[in-house]
Design a binder for this molecule. Structure first.
Ligand code: ZN
Length: 316
């Protein structure tokens, strides 16, 4: 399937909305169309992008309006457009719903317009998005574990697999169509970023998907894939978990370990992945699992490290 911006028909009433190149903030969404109603998987990072997506879905949802919205997790690139899906029931895991309230759009709007180096840094990552005026609409229904949703006769299963990428990650599984929307449990072509962890939990989530009867796998970022894509993400996580543990045992700091692993990654099959600076966050998360008393640095420091590993410096 071509990796182009817009709506892609996966067959059987399942659709993916893709946003190349899948880098920071360029997330995918999904649509499951049943008899007379539809379920939307995630909104996008800002109102302009979400409005364009909903416009692009008009023909498909004309006789099957979106009655349910599922947010796969709390990151803004999967829920900041919620206010445009008026009237729909919004479902998320309890953990995701709680985490959503912690990072309001106004916070990102503030960082994007901050003066000096902090503003430069955040605009480097998020400068293409418009966070002003977004009113975050939170889930109206939460669940824990698993939840079945009937979408006009089509059964959709929500499977909570967090904490992994975030605190409350959810898979959206359409068994009868052998299709799954994974949210950010999968980054294809880009580096996974383990905000919450533990990495072991994310590896377990990959194993769960690999054990399902699925042919079509829609990641949170990157092109539509299959089980081979899931296995690659799993391989990366296993590599990082081991590499971090070895360096932790040898007494290296998390920053030293991240820089060391970054150079090893460059020569590995993972060297072609985008956003390779995310190793800085992934090692911090691994260190927190290895030592629960370990305190990770703040978000500005983490973004500074990611940018620096990728060779970016603030303009002087
Ligand atoms: Zn995302």
């Amino acid at each position: 399937m071509a990796y182009t911006t817009g709506l892609h028909d996966l067959g059987d009433g399942c659709y993916a909305w893709l946003q190349p190149d899948g880098g920071w903030g360029w997330s995918n969404a999904g649509l499951v169309v049943g008899d007379g109603q539809s379920l939307l998987v995630d909104t996008l990072f800002d109102l302009r992008l979400t409005a364009a997506m909903l416009e692009g879905m008009v023909d498909v949802v004309g006789s099957a309006p979106i009655t349910t919205l599922v947010n796969t997790h709390a990151n803004g690139d999967h829920c900041y457009g919620n206010q445009l899906v008026s009237g729909a029931e919004i479902i998320a895991s309890s953990a995701a719903a709680e985490e959503m309230a912690e990072v309001p759009p106004s916070l990102l709007a503030g960082l994007n317009s901050a003066p000096g180096e902090i503003g430069e840094l955040f605009r480097h990552f998020f400068g293409e998005f418009a966070f002003d005026g977004i009113e975050l609409v939170l889930p109206t229904r939460t669940f824990e574990g698993r939840l079945e949703v009937d979408v006009g006769g089509k059964m959709v299963e929500l499977i909570e697999v967090g904490p992994a990428h975030t605190k409350g990650d959810t898979l959206v599984y359409v068994a009868e169509d052998r299709t799954i929307f994974t949210g950010d449990i999968l980054f294809i072509g880009g580096t996974p970023i383990v905000w919450a962890g533990p990495l072991a939990n994310w590896i377990k989530a990959c194993d769960l998907i690999l054990g399902l009867d699925v042919d079509t796998v829609v990641p949170g970022h990157g092109p539509v894939t299959d089980k081979a894509g899931v296995a690659e993400v799993r391989d990366y996580l296993v590599f990082v978990e081991r590499a971090a543990a070895v360096r932790h045992a040898a007494g290296m700091s998390a920053l030293e370990a991240a820089l060391d692993i970054a150079s090893e990654l460059e020569a590995s099959p993972f060297g072609r992945l985008g956003e390779r600076g995310r190793i800085a966050v992934n090692v911090e998360t691994a260190y927190r699992s290895l030592d629960p008393t370990y305190k990770a640095p703040n978000i500005v420091e983490l973004f500074t490290r990611m940018a620096s590993i990728e060779g970016w410096q603030p303009p002087v």
